[in-house]
Design a protein around this ligand. Structure first.
Ligand SMILES: [Zn+2]
Length: 76
């Protein structure tokens, strides 16, 4: 089985709109995304579900990116 996992493209010091844009839906280009962060000892990823077309995808993160998303979550 082949797992297609994207790698997030934002940087740890990017502004929130850039972070959100990098998680936007690839199917319908909607920026309306529900995401949940999953971090364990070895890696981090974010599961993104599009509110527009219900597309579900997983994006792998660096530690820096995971930290950036966790900061955003606290602000939400
Ligand atoms: Zn979509």
């Amino acid at each position: 089985m082949v797992t297609l996992t994207e790698t997030a493209s934002f940087r740890g010091d990017d502004a929130t709109p850039l972070v959100e844009a990098s998680l936007a839906c690839r199917m319908c280009l909607s920026g309306e995304i529900d995401w949940s962060l999953r971090v364990d000892e070895w890696d981090a990823e974010v599961e993104c579900r599009c509110r527009g077309c219900d597309d579900l995808r997983t994006v792998s993160l660096t530690g820096e990116q995971a930290l950036r998303l966790s900061v955003d979550r606290r602000l939400n």
